[in-house]
Design a protein around this ligand. Sequence first.
Ligand SMILES: C[S@@+](CC[C@H](N)C(=O)[O-])C[C@H]1O[C@@H](n2cnc3c(N)ncnc32)[C@H](O)[C@@H]1O
Length: 405
Amino acid sequence: MGYSNGFISSLGYYEATAKTFSDICKKTSIPTKILKYYNSKNILPSGNDLDIICDKYEITEDYLKLKMGIIDYSLIEKLQYNAKKINEEIEKTNIKENKKFNDIKIVFDTDKGILYQGDCLDVMAGIQSDSIDMIFADPPFNLDKLYPSAMNDKIKEEEYIKWSESWIKECIRILKPGGSFFTWNLPQWNSRFSGLLHGRMTFRHWIATDIKYSMPIKGRLYPSHYSLLYYIKGEKANVFNADRMAAQVCPKCFFDIKDYGGHKHKMNPLGISLTDVWSDIPPVRHQKYKKREGSNELSIKLLDRIIELSTNENDVIFDPFGGAGTTYVVAEMKNRRWLGCEIDSCDIISDRFADLNDEKRYLNEIRSNYNNLFPPKIKTEREKRGLWTAESVKKKHEEKHSIKN
Ligand SMILES: C[S@@+](CC[C@H](N)C(=O)[O-])C[C@H]1O[C@@H](n2cnc3c(N)ncnc32)[C@H](O)[C@@H]1O
Protein backbone atom coordinates (compact mmCIF):
# COMPACT_ATOMS: atom_id res chain seq x y z
CA MET A 1 0.00 0.00 0.00
CA GLY A 2 1.19 3.54 -0.59
CA TYR A 3 1.29 6.60 -2.81
CA SER A 4 3.62 7.87 -5.50
CA ASN A 5 5.86 10.08 -3.40
CA GLY A 6 3.72 13.23 -3.74
CA PHE A 7 5.12 14.57 -0.48
CA ILE A 8 8.83 14.21 -1.23
CA SER A 9 8.43 15.28 -4.86
CA SER A 10 6.92 18.57 -3.69
CA LEU A 11 10.25 19.16 -1.92
CA GLY A 12 12.27 18.30 -5.02
CA TYR A 13 13.13 14.64 -4.31
CA TYR A 14 12.07 11.79 -6.53
CA GLU A 15 13.11 8.64 -4.69
CA ALA A 16 12.00 7.62 -1.24
CA THR A 17 15.48 6.53 -0.14
CA ALA A 18 17.02 6.70 3.34
CA LYS A 19 19.17 9.59 2.10
CA THR A 20 16.11 11.58 0.97
CA PHE A 21 14.49 11.30 4.39
CA SER A 22 17.71 12.03 6.26
CA ASP A 23 18.25 15.16 4.08
CA ILE A 24 14.75 16.44 4.83
CA CYS A 25 15.18 15.55 8.49
CA LYS A 26 18.47 17.52 8.68
CA LYS A 27 16.88 20.55 7.07
CA THR A 28 13.62 20.56 9.04
CA SER A 29 14.43 18.63 12.26
CA ILE A 30 11.28 16.54 11.64
CA PRO A 31 12.04 12.90 12.58
CA THR A 32 12.42 10.56 9.56
CA LYS A 33 9.70 8.28 10.97
CA ILE A 34 7.18 11.11 10.68
CA LEU A 35 8.46 12.14 7.23
CA LYS A 36 8.03 8.55 6.02
CA TYR A 37 4.50 8.53 7.37
CA TYR A 38 3.62 11.74 5.46
CA ASN A 39 5.02 10.25 2.30
CA SER A 40 3.75 6.67 2.44
CA LYS A 41 0.22 7.61 3.58
CA ASN A 42 0.08 10.88 1.61
CA ILE A 43 -0.75 12.89 4.71
CA LEU A 44 -0.50 16.66 4.53
CA PRO A 45 1.73 17.91 7.39
CA SER A 46 0.04 20.30 9.79
CA GLY A 47 0.96 22.71 12.60
CA ASN A 48 4.69 23.37 13.16
CA ASP A 49 5.73 20.68 10.66
CA LEU A 50 3.82 22.42 7.87
CA ASP A 51 5.30 25.83 8.75
CA ILE A 52 8.84 24.58 8.88
CA ILE A 53 8.56 22.59 5.62
CA CYS A 54 7.12 25.58 3.73
CA ASP A 55 9.76 27.87 5.23
CA LYS A 56 12.81 25.66 4.62
CA TYR A 57 11.80 24.60 1.11
CA GLU A 58 10.32 27.98 0.17
CA ILE A 59 7.05 26.49 -0.98
CA THR A 60 3.45 27.34 -0.16
CA GLU A 61 0.87 25.14 1.46
CA ASP A 62 -1.17 25.24 -1.78
CA TYR A 63 1.79 23.96 -3.80
CA LEU A 64 2.24 21.09 -1.32
CA LYS A 65 -1.47 20.28 -1.56
CA LEU A 66 -1.41 20.34 -5.36
CA LYS A 67 1.62 18.05 -5.55
CA MET A 68 0.05 15.67 -3.03
CA GLY A 69 -3.38 15.80 -4.70
CA ILE A 70 -5.11 16.97 -1.51
CA ILE A 71 -7.72 19.38 -2.79
CA ASP A 72 -9.83 21.14 -0.19
CA TYR A 73 -12.38 23.91 -0.65
CA SER A 74 -9.97 26.81 -0.17
CA LEU A 75 -7.87 25.42 -3.00
CA ILE A 76 -10.92 24.56 -5.11
CA GLU A 77 -11.98 28.22 -5.04
CA LYS A 78 -8.55 29.28 -6.33
CA LEU A 79 -8.61 26.57 -9.01
CA GLN A 80 -12.09 27.67 -10.08
CA TYR A 81 -10.99 31.27 -10.34
CA ASN A 82 -8.04 30.30 -12.53
CA ALA A 83 -9.81 27.44 -14.34
CA LYS A 84 -9.26 28.80 -17.86
CA LYS A 85 -5.52 29.31 -17.40
CA ILE A 86 -5.07 25.99 -15.63
CA ASN A 87 -7.04 24.16 -18.29
CA GLU A 88 -4.91 25.67 -21.04
CA GLU A 89 -1.80 24.41 -19.26
CA ILE A 90 -3.32 20.96 -18.74
CA GLU A 91 -4.33 20.72 -22.39
CA LYS A 92 -0.71 21.29 -23.42
CA THR A 93 0.37 18.18 -21.52
CA ASN A 94 -2.72 16.10 -22.19
CA ILE A 95 -1.84 12.93 -24.00
CA LYS A 96 -4.91 11.58 -25.77
CA GLU A 97 -5.43 8.09 -24.43
CA ASN A 98 -6.11 5.48 -27.05
CA LYS A 99 -8.37 3.22 -25.08
CA LYS A 100 -7.96 -0.41 -26.05
CA PHE A 101 -10.70 -2.74 -25.08
CA ASN A 102 -10.12 -6.41 -24.43
CA ASP A 103 -12.39 -9.14 -25.68
CA ILE A 104 -15.39 -10.07 -23.66
CA LYS A 105 -17.58 -13.06 -24.25
CA ILE A 106 -21.05 -14.06 -23.22
CA VAL A 107 -20.70 -17.18 -21.08
CA PHE A 108 -24.25 -17.61 -19.93
CA ASP A 109 -27.69 -16.16 -20.43
CA THR A 110 -31.29 -16.60 -19.39
CA ASP A 111 -34.38 -14.88 -20.72
CA LYS A 112 -33.77 -12.16 -18.12
CA GLY A 113 -30.01 -11.82 -18.00
CA ILE A 114 -26.62 -11.98 -19.65
CA LEU A 115 -23.32 -12.84 -18.00
CA TYR A 116 -20.04 -11.80 -19.62
CA GLN A 117 -16.62 -13.07 -18.79
CA GLY A 118 -14.16 -10.21 -18.86
CA ASP A 119 -13.03 -7.02 -17.24
CA CYS A 120 -15.93 -4.87 -16.05
CA LEU A 121 -14.44 -1.78 -17.73
CA ASP A 122 -14.53 -3.56 -21.08
CA VAL A 123 -18.09 -4.73 -20.47
CA MET A 124 -19.28 -1.27 -19.41
CA ALA A 125 -17.68 0.33 -22.47
CA GLY A 126 -20.28 -1.55 -24.50
CA ILE A 127 -23.26 -0.46 -22.38
CA GLN A 128 -25.27 2.57 -23.52
CA SER A 129 -25.27 5.73 -21.41
CA ASP A 130 -28.33 6.24 -19.15
CA SER A 131 -29.65 2.69 -19.66
CA ILE A 132 -29.40 0.82 -16.31
CA ASP A 133 -31.95 1.11 -13.49
CA MET A 134 -29.76 -0.04 -10.63
CA ILE A 135 -26.11 -0.93 -10.06
CA PHE A 136 -24.79 -2.94 -7.17
CA ALA A 137 -21.01 -3.29 -6.94
CA ASP A 138 -19.03 -5.40 -4.50
CA PRO A 139 -15.44 -5.01 -5.71
CA PRO A 140 -12.35 -6.73 -4.33
CA PHE A 141 -11.32 -4.91 -1.15
CA ASN A 142 -7.58 -4.62 -1.79
CA LEU A 143 -7.00 -6.86 1.19
CA ASP A 144 -4.47 -9.36 -0.04
CA LYS A 145 -7.15 -11.90 -0.64
CA LEU A 146 -6.41 -14.77 -2.93
CA TYR A 147 -9.09 -14.82 -5.61
CA PRO A 148 -9.35 -17.94 -7.77
CA SER A 149 -7.87 -15.99 -10.71
CA ALA A 150 -4.90 -15.07 -8.47
CA MET A 151 -5.61 -11.42 -9.35
CA ASN A 152 -3.60 -8.92 -7.36
CA ASP A 153 -5.86 -7.82 -4.53
CA LYS A 154 -3.15 -5.82 -2.80
CA ILE A 155 -2.28 -3.09 -5.22
CA LYS A 156 -1.00 0.24 -4.05
CA GLU A 157 -3.63 2.28 -2.21
CA GLU A 158 -3.35 5.00 -4.83
CA GLU A 159 -3.74 2.51 -7.69
CA TYR A 160 -6.76 0.95 -6.03
CA ILE A 161 -8.47 4.34 -5.67
CA LYS A 162 -7.63 5.25 -9.27
CA TRP A 163 -8.99 1.95 -10.55
CA SER A 164 -12.12 2.33 -8.38
CA GLU A 165 -12.69 5.84 -9.73
CA SER A 166 -12.56 4.50 -13.28
CA TRP A 167 -15.25 1.86 -12.78
CA ILE A 168 -17.40 4.15 -10.57
CA LYS A 169 -17.39 6.86 -13.28
CA GLU A 170 -18.47 4.29 -15.85
CA CYS A 171 -21.26 3.15 -13.52
CA ILE A 172 -22.48 6.75 -13.27
CA ARG A 173 -22.43 7.09 -17.06
CA ILE A 174 -24.53 3.97 -17.72
CA LEU A 175 -27.05 4.56 -14.91
CA LYS A 176 -30.44 6.02 -15.89
CA PRO A 177 -31.39 9.40 -14.38
CA GLY A 178 -33.19 8.47 -11.17
CA GLY A 179 -31.36 5.13 -11.05
CA SER A 180 -29.73 3.86 -7.87
CA PHE A 181 -26.09 3.04 -7.25
CA PHE A 182 -24.90 0.88 -4.36
CA THR A 183 -21.38 -0.07 -3.51
CA TRP A 184 -20.38 -2.47 -0.76
CA ASN A 185 -16.98 -2.10 0.84
CA LEU A 186 -15.01 -1.54 4.02
CA PRO A 187 -15.59 1.91 5.61
CA GLN A 188 -11.90 2.62 4.91
CA TRP A 189 -12.60 2.55 1.15
CA ASN A 190 -16.18 3.74 0.92
CA SER A 191 -15.26 6.89 2.85
CA ARG A 192 -12.83 7.63 -0.01
CA PHE A 193 -15.32 6.88 -2.77
CA SER A 194 -17.98 9.14 -1.34
CA GLY A 195 -15.62 12.05 -2.15
CA LEU A 196 -15.82 11.13 -5.82
CA LEU A 197 -19.55 10.42 -5.77
CA HIS A 198 -20.43 13.74 -4.13
CA GLY A 199 -20.74 16.27 -6.91
CA ARG A 200 -21.71 13.59 -9.42
CA MET A 201 -24.70 11.97 -7.74
CA THR A 202 -27.12 12.58 -4.88
CA PHE A 203 -26.25 10.99 -1.56
CA ARG A 204 -29.01 8.85 -0.05
CA HIS A 205 -27.46 6.75 2.70
CA TRP A 206 -24.42 5.22 4.27
CA ILE A 207 -25.91 1.93 5.41
CA ALA A 208 -23.97 0.20 8.16
CA THR A 209 -24.35 -3.54 7.90
CA ASP A 210 -23.45 -5.13 11.16
CA ILE A 211 -21.14 -8.03 10.32
CA LYS A 212 -17.86 -8.74 12.09
CA TYR A 213 -15.28 -9.03 9.36
CA SER A 214 -11.95 -9.40 11.06
CA MET A 215 -10.39 -10.35 14.36
CA PRO A 216 -10.12 -7.77 17.15
CA ILE A 217 -6.87 -5.79 16.79
CA LYS A 218 -5.07 -4.32 19.81
CA GLY A 219 -5.38 -0.52 19.93
CA ARG A 220 -8.33 -0.44 17.53
CA LEU A 221 -12.07 -0.83 17.74
CA TYR A 222 -13.35 -4.24 16.66
CA PRO A 223 -14.36 -3.76 12.98
CA SER A 224 -18.00 -4.70 12.97
CA HIS A 225 -19.70 -3.16 10.01
CA TYR A 226 -19.48 -3.05 6.26
CA SER A 227 -20.50 0.10 4.50
CA LEU A 228 -23.14 0.10 1.81
CA LEU A 229 -23.05 3.43 -0.01
CA TYR A 230 -26.31 4.38 -1.68
CA TYR A 231 -26.47 7.22 -4.22
CA ILE A 232 -28.89 8.14 -6.97
CA LYS A 233 -28.29 9.78 -10.31
CA GLY A 234 -30.16 13.08 -10.37
CA GLU A 235 -32.34 14.51 -7.67
CA LYS A 236 -35.06 11.98 -7.19
CA ALA A 237 -35.05 8.19 -7.09
CA ASN A 238 -37.24 6.50 -9.70
CA VAL A 239 -38.03 3.72 -7.22
CA PHE A 240 -37.99 3.62 -3.45
CA ASN A 241 -39.80 0.65 -1.95
CA ALA A 242 -38.32 0.07 1.48
CA ASP A 243 -39.47 -3.14 3.13
CA ARG A 244 -40.93 -2.78 6.60
CA MET A 245 -39.39 -4.94 9.30
CA ALA A 246 -41.04 -7.23 11.83
CA ALA A 247 -40.75 -6.25 15.51
CA GLN A 248 -37.95 -8.15 17.19
CA VAL A 249 -39.11 -10.89 19.57
CA CYS A 250 -37.34 -13.58 21.55
CA PRO A 251 -37.30 -16.71 19.35
CA LYS A 252 -38.10 -18.92 22.39
CA CYS A 253 -40.68 -17.05 24.48
CA PHE A 254 -41.92 -14.58 21.76
CA PHE A 255 -41.71 -11.65 24.21
CA ASP A 256 -40.69 -8.20 22.88
CA ILE A 257 -36.98 -7.54 22.76
CA LYS A 258 -37.50 -3.77 22.63
CA ASP A 259 -39.81 -1.81 24.89
CA TYR A 260 -42.28 0.17 22.76
CA GLY A 261 -43.83 1.78 25.84
CA GLY A 262 -47.14 3.60 25.36
CA HIS A 263 -46.75 3.95 21.58
CA LYS A 264 -47.84 0.46 20.60
CA HIS A 265 -51.23 1.60 19.26
CA LYS A 266 -49.45 3.96 16.87
CA MET A 267 -47.33 1.21 15.40
CA ASN A 268 -47.84 0.40 11.76
CA PRO A 269 -49.29 -3.13 11.45
CA LEU A 270 -47.09 -3.49 8.35
CA GLY A 271 -43.98 -3.28 10.48
CA ILE A 272 -41.18 -0.99 11.54
CA SER A 273 -39.47 1.44 9.14
CA LEU A 274 -36.22 0.18 7.73
CA THR A 275 -33.26 2.09 9.20
CA ASP A 276 -29.77 2.70 7.86
CA VAL A 277 -28.31 0.14 10.28
CA TRP A 278 -28.90 -3.44 9.15
CA SER A 279 -28.21 -5.95 11.88
CA ASP A 280 -29.96 -8.94 10.42
CA ILE A 281 -27.77 -9.77 7.42
CA PRO A 282 -25.88 -13.02 7.88
CA PRO A 283 -22.30 -13.13 6.51
CA VAL A 284 -23.56 -15.80 4.13
CA ARG A 285 -26.47 -18.11 4.63
CA HIS A 286 -24.47 -21.14 5.79
CA GLN A 287 -21.07 -22.59 4.99
CA LYS A 288 -22.69 -25.46 3.17
CA TYR A 289 -24.47 -23.01 0.85
CA LYS A 290 -21.30 -21.11 0.01
CA LYS A 291 -20.88 -21.36 -3.71
CA ARG A 292 -17.23 -20.53 -4.05
CA GLU A 293 -14.44 -20.54 -1.51
CA GLY A 294 -12.78 -17.11 -1.48
CA SER A 295 -15.37 -15.39 -3.66
CA ASN A 296 -16.67 -13.41 -0.68
CA GLU A 297 -20.19 -14.34 -1.60
CA LEU A 298 -22.85 -12.09 -0.09
CA SER A 299 -26.11 -13.14 1.47
CA ILE A 300 -29.22 -13.42 -0.66
CA LYS A 301 -30.95 -11.48 2.10
CA LEU A 302 -28.79 -8.42 1.43
CA LEU A 303 -29.36 -8.42 -2.32
CA ASP A 304 -33.08 -9.07 -1.91
CA ARG A 305 -33.39 -5.98 0.30
CA ILE A 306 -31.41 -3.76 -2.05
CA ILE A 307 -33.23 -4.94 -5.15
CA GLU A 308 -36.63 -4.57 -3.48
CA LEU A 309 -35.71 -1.08 -2.27
CA SER A 310 -34.57 0.30 -5.59
CA THR A 311 -36.19 -1.57 -8.49
CA ASN A 312 -39.48 -2.73 -9.91
CA GLU A 313 -40.06 -5.94 -11.83
CA ASN A 314 -38.42 -5.92 -15.29
CA ASP A 315 -35.98 -3.15 -14.35
CA VAL A 316 -32.39 -3.71 -15.45
CA ILE A 317 -29.74 -4.39 -12.81
CA PHE A 318 -25.99 -4.39 -13.44
CA ASP A 319 -23.32 -5.83 -11.14
CA PRO A 320 -19.75 -5.41 -12.42
CA PHE A 321 -18.19 -7.92 -9.98
CA GLY A 322 -19.91 -11.28 -10.36
CA GLY A 323 -18.14 -13.45 -7.74
CA ALA A 324 -20.54 -16.29 -7.02
CA GLY A 325 -23.36 -14.45 -8.83
CA THR A 326 -25.58 -13.57 -5.85
CA THR A 327 -26.91 -10.39 -7.49
CA TYR A 328 -27.81 -12.19 -10.70
CA VAL A 329 -29.51 -15.08 -8.91
CA VAL A 330 -31.62 -12.75 -6.76
CA ALA A 331 -32.45 -10.52 -9.75
CA GLU A 332 -33.56 -13.59 -11.71
CA MET A 333 -35.75 -14.90 -8.87
CA LYS A 334 -37.31 -11.47 -8.37
CA ASN A 335 -38.15 -11.07 -12.02
CA ARG A 336 -35.68 -8.30 -12.81
CA ARG A 337 -33.55 -8.17 -15.92
CA TRP A 338 -29.81 -8.28 -15.24
CA LEU A 339 -26.38 -7.81 -16.78
CA GLY A 340 -23.23 -9.09 -15.17
CA CYS A 341 -19.58 -9.85 -15.58
CA GLU A 342 -16.78 -11.67 -13.86
CA ILE A 343 -13.13 -11.50 -14.79
CA ASP A 344 -12.49 -15.01 -13.54
CA SER A 345 -14.19 -18.32 -14.35
CA CYS A 346 -17.97 -18.01 -14.44
CA ASP A 347 -18.68 -21.73 -13.94
CA ILE A 348 -19.81 -21.30 -10.35
CA ILE A 349 -22.39 -18.75 -11.46
CA SER A 350 -23.78 -20.83 -14.30
CA ASP A 351 -23.80 -23.98 -12.10
CA ARG A 352 -25.68 -22.03 -9.44
CA PHE A 353 -28.41 -21.15 -11.95
CA ALA A 354 -28.88 -24.84 -12.79
CA ASP A 355 -30.82 -25.36 -9.57
CA LEU A 356 -32.39 -22.36 -7.89
CA ASN A 357 -34.95 -24.32 -5.84
CA ASP A 358 -33.09 -24.07 -2.58
CA GLU A 359 -32.35 -20.38 -3.12
CA LYS A 360 -36.03 -19.73 -3.96
CA ARG A 361 -37.14 -21.43 -0.76
CA TYR A 362 -34.74 -19.29 1.24
CA LEU A 363 -35.89 -16.12 -0.52
CA ASN A 364 -39.55 -16.93 0.20
CA GLU A 365 -38.71 -17.58 3.84
CA ILE A 366 -36.96 -14.20 4.11
CA ARG A 367 -39.76 -12.33 2.38
CA SER A 368 -42.48 -13.94 4.51
CA ASN A 369 -41.05 -12.04 7.50
CA TYR A 370 -41.31 -8.56 5.97
CA ASN A 371 -44.10 -5.99 5.84
CA ASN A 372 -45.82 -7.44 8.86
CA LEU A 373 -45.29 -6.26 12.43
CA PHE A 374 -45.72 -9.84 13.62
CA PRO A 375 -45.50 -12.42 10.82
CA PRO A 376 -48.28 -15.07 11.06
CA LYS A 377 -46.35 -17.72 13.02
CA ILE A 378 -45.12 -15.20 15.57
CA LYS A 379 -48.54 -13.58 15.85
CA THR A 380 -50.13 -16.96 16.66
CA GLU A 381 -47.52 -17.69 19.33
CA ARG A 382 -48.00 -14.25 20.90
CA GLU A 383 -51.77 -14.59 20.89
CA LYS A 384 -51.46 -17.97 22.64
CA ARG A 385 -49.41 -16.30 25.36
CA GLY A 386 -51.73 -13.27 25.67
CA LEU A 387 -49.03 -10.92 24.36
CA TRP A 388 -50.00 -7.76 22.47
CA THR A 389 -50.35 -7.62 18.69
CA ALA A 390 -50.97 -4.61 16.43
CA GLU A 391 -54.68 -5.50 16.34
CA SER A 392 -55.05 -6.09 20.10
CA VAL A 393 -53.49 -2.74 21.10
CA LYS A 394 -55.49 -0.87 18.50
CA LYS A 395 -58.70 -2.45 19.77
CA LYS A 396 -57.82 -1.65 23.40
CA HIS A 397 -56.99 1.95 22.46
CA GLU A 398 -60.28 2.39 20.60
CA GLU A 399 -62.28 0.87 23.51
CA LYS A 400 -60.56 3.22 25.97
CA HIS A 401 -61.43 6.22 23.80
CA SER A 402 -65.05 5.22 23.21
CA ILE A 403 -65.49 4.90 27.02
CA LYS A 404 -64.03 8.42 27.53
CA ASN A 405 -66.29 9.88 24.87
C1 LIG B 1 -16.03 -9.53 -3.64
S1 LIG B 1 -16.28 -10.54 -5.06
C2 LIG B 1 -17.98 -10.34 -5.47
C3 LIG B 1 -18.88 -11.32 -4.73
C4 LIG B 1 -20.32 -11.23 -5.16
N1 LIG B 1 -20.92 -9.98 -4.72
C5 LIG B 1 -21.15 -12.39 -4.60
O1 LIG B 1 -22.01 -12.15 -3.72
O2 LIG B 1 -20.91 -13.50 -4.99
C6 LIG B 1 -15.46 -9.62 -6.28
C7 LIG B 1 -15.35 -10.35 -7.62
O3 LIG B 1 -14.92 -9.41 -8.60
C8 LIG B 1 -14.11 -10.09 -9.55
N2 LIG B 1 -13.33 -9.05 -10.23
C9 LIG B 1 -12.23 -8.43 -9.81
N3 LIG B 1 -11.82 -7.50 -10.70
C10 LIG B 1 -12.71 -7.53 -11.70
C11 LIG B 1 -12.85 -6.78 -12.91
N4 LIG B 1 -11.98 -5.84 -13.24
N5 LIG B 1 -13.90 -7.05 -13.72
C12 LIG B 1 -14.81 -8.02 -13.38
N6 LIG B 1 -14.71 -8.76 -12.25
C13 LIG B 1 -13.69 -8.52 -11.42
C14 LIG B 1 -13.29 -11.04 -8.68
O4 LIG B 1 -12.78 -12.14 -9.45
C15 LIG B 1 -14.32 -11.49 -7.63
O5 LIG B 1 -14.97 -12.68 -8.03
